[in-house]
Write a protein that binds this ligand. Structure first.
Ligand SMILES: Cc1cc2nc3c(=O)[nH]c(=O)nc-3n(C[C@H](O)[C@H](O)[C@H](O)COP(=O)(O)OP(=O)(O)OC[C@H]3O[C@@H](n4cnc5c(N)ncnc54)[C@H](O)[C@@H]3O)c2cc1C
Ligand code: FES
Length: 271
């Protein structure tokens, strides 16, 4: 039964791997059948996944933003960048493998009125929740700014372009689009829009810069954070980041976020 907030109770479900597609030498797009998660997920929420169907190692689950859902077949998509042991194990799973999964977890992106214009600022695999957002939500105008190290790493850029009115890429090495940081593109993008809302997900320096640009222009901004997670459900305090306002006040990425109003974050303390 859903609780008073309309969310389903948090319980383990079996997520069965349906497809695995390598998008680059280090990025995999995984589709899991998990109808409860697909039904209740909103953009910005994540799943907390065991990375192996057998044994207890590694013990800790790994969190991944939901990159999209398909209600017709009850599937969720996850975009995984392989950077360590757990993500490498996900890349070796056999189709049909069933992983214990908690989700959908956390606070997703807010409801933004459809008549407003949005700018999506994505860095690396931060594109995952923003692609879900762009697919699921209608807006007067959707402009996407998407940056990565190199052209090959701009995975799913074609899908993002299809769901947005405009996509401006940026690469660190200049192989596609703007040669430099994706946040360099933000001021000009904002100049073209009327009362926009900015939604961002990516490395912390990228989000800090995005928040700074928005603050200077009094533009509403929401950021989706990554952090080390333990329990993933708000109990262990392993994921806290500094909150704005009083010193020594913290928010939990897994439960109070991962999406926060940029004004809620203690950016100075985080630095
Ligand atoms: C809410 C949330 C959503 C996320 N969404 C995605 C997603 O959509 N796609 C994706 O690929 N990843 C995502 N991540 C990050 C992902 O969870 C980690 O990359 C993953 O847990 C690493 O597991 P591993 O066992 O491969 O790495 P480990 O072996 O545990 O670590 C390998 C290296 O990666 C670094 N690392 C591990 N986890 C993190 C982290 N959370 N932040 C920064 N550095 C880290 C470590 O410092 C280490 O150097 C998300 C994290 C959070 C909290
Ligand atoms: S990971 Fe345990 S409280 Fe957030």
């Amino acid at each position: 039964m859903p609780d008073a907030s309309g969310s389903p109770p948090i319980k383990d479900v079996a997520a069965a791997l349906q497809t695995a597609r390598w998008l680059s030498p280090i990025h995999i797009l995984l589709t899991f059948r998990a109808p409860t998660i697909a039904t209740h997920a909103v953009p910005g929420q994540f799943v907390h996944l065991r990375v192996t169907p057998v044994g207890t190692s590694p013990l800790l689950r790994r969190p991944f933003s939901i990159a999209g859902t398909n209600l017709a077949d009850g599937t969720v998509r996850l975009l995984v960048r392989t950077i360590g042991r757990g993500t490498a194990m996900l890349g070796e799973l056999l189709l049909g493998a069933e992983l214990p999964a908690l989700g959908p977890l956390g606070r997703g992106f807010p409801d933004v009125r459809p008549d407003r214009e949005v700018v999506l600022v994505a860095g690396g695999v931060g594109v995952a929740p923003l692609l879900f957002y762009a697919t699921a939500r209608e807006h007067a105008r959707k402009v996407a700014l998407y940056g990565a190290e190199t052209q090959l790493a701009l995975v799913l850029a074609d899908e993002l372009a299809e769901t947005c009115d405009r996509l401006l890429p940026a690469t660190d090495d200049g192989t596609l689009g703007h040669h430099g940081f994706v946040t360099d593109l933000l001021p000009t993008a904002l100049d073209d829009l009327r009362d926009p809302v900015v939604l961002a997900c990516g490395p912390r320096p990228m989000m800090a810069k995005t928040a700074e640009v928005c603050r200077r222009r009094a533009v509403e901004c929401h950021v989706s954070f990554e952090a080390w997670l333990g329990c993933g459900v708000g109990a262990c305090l392993g994921c806290v980041i500094p909150a704005a306002g009083e010193p020594d006040r913290y928010v939990r990425v897994c439960r109070d976020g991962p999406v926060f109003d940029a004004e809620e974050i203690g950016w100075e303390a985080l630095r």
